[in-house]
Write a protein that binds this ligand. Structure first.
Ligand code: DAH
Length: 341
């Protein structure tokens, strides 16, 4: 009897509970009413009286051992199971809505711009945000001390007046013209900087899209055709365009480009100051001096250029009334553009 108890004790100790099934096997073997342990109690009647007490104690010890192990293993399995189910998500559930990011409206407009012009054979060129005087001004026909430089409230570097934060991406056109031979069709998107107080209508950092086409025989008609096409693609096929004479040092003739107000459709509202038109940028035929400065023969080639503010276009397209929203990164604002990405 004592040997049997010892043997079962060993069995209990070595029994490995791995899962629910083996726990059940353990229960049937050692805890159940018909288990090996319960069975031993039937043999108690054959034990001589003087040994009954000590044998009873041994047997009860065995029973407690089996029950304690059963309880401990059961708890362990339950704990495992609950941490397991939190680790294995239900892969059939639909994804949580609203956790995905999207493109910034400035990026959306920039991409659309690039799409429209890529189909007309334009490539994309980029340049440095910290520029020298030559690329930002002098090559673009801004004579030194010319008042036109004042138009562009420039951030200069205090220690070196030759270095500034670029005030327009026209500087990238200079870099392209210096390094490539016509025909040139390029679009230059990028950040530009001007010393302006921040308000709903002005910011010291914004984005421009500059376009340049240089080839033999490029005319003002090409400029108008291209920008008409752009306006209809970017906004709406019924969008109207008009050009007003203007002045830029780097183009001659120069024009400012208006489109029919996207809010009132040209009837007049407070966004277009009741004129029916809103300005979206400048344009013109590249001044022969600029071509010469960049190593292109103005007798052989002509070209047109234009520059637009990307924020401005986004504001008109999505009816955004405050420029500051673009840089505040308020998710309530950004979320509204997620579907456009
Ligand atoms: N660079 C001008 C500005 O920032 C915009 C501009 C006007 C660019 C006419 C051009 C252009 O290329 O032809 O105000």
């Amino acid at each position: 009897m004592q040997d049997k108890i010892k043997a079962i004790e060993q069995e209990i100790e070595h029994f490995e509970v791995k899962d629910k099934e083996s726990l059940e096997q353990f229960r049937l073997a050692f805890v159940n009413r018909k288990s090996k342990v319960a069975d031993l109690f039937n043999y108690m009647r054959d034990v001589p009286n003087e040994e009954k007490k000590s044998m009873g104690q041994l047997l009860n010890g065995l029973k407690q051992l089996a029950e304690a192990k059963f309880k401990a293993e059961q708890d362990r399995l339950m704990q495992l199971q609950s941490s397991d189910s939190s680790r294995h998500e239900d892969l059939t559930l639909p994804p949580m809505p609203g956790t995905e990011g999207g493109l910034h409206p400035i990026t959306v407009v920039k991409n659309r711009f690039v799409d429209i012009f890529e189909r007309m054979g334009f490539n994309v060129s980029e340049g440095p945000e910290i520029e020298d005087d030559w690329h930002n001004f002098t090559a673009l026909n801004f004579p030194e001390n010319h008042p036109a430089r004042e138009m562009q409230d420039t951030f200069f570097i205090e220690k070196n007046p030759d270095i500034a934060l670029r005030t327009h991406t026209s500087s990238v056109q200079v870099r392209v013209m210096e390094n490539a031979k016509p025909p040139i069709r390029t679009l230059s998107p990028g950040r530009v900087f001007r010393n302006e107080a921040i308000s709903a209508r002005a910011h010291c950092v914004f984005h421009q899209m500059e376009g340049l086409y240089i080839n033999k025989g490029v005319s003002f008609k090409d400029l108008k055709d291209t920008l008409y096409h752009f306006a209809k693609e970017m906004f709406h096929k019924d969008t109207k365009v008009r050009f007003r004479p203007s002045y830029f040092p780097f183009t001659e003739p120069s024009a400012e480009m208006d489109i029919s107000c996207q809010i009132c459709g040209g009837k007049g509202c407070n966004i277009c100051k009741h004129s029916g038109w809103v300005e979206i940028g400048g344009a013109g035929m590249v001044d022969p001096n600029v071509l010469k400065n960049c190593g292109i023969d103005p007798e052989e080639y002509t070209g047109f250029a234009f520059g637009m503010g990307i924020e401005r276009i986004a504001m008109l397209k999505y009816q955004i009334k405050d420029l500051r929203l673009f840089t505040e990164n308020d998710v309530r604002f950004l979320e509204q553009f997620r579907h456009l990405s």
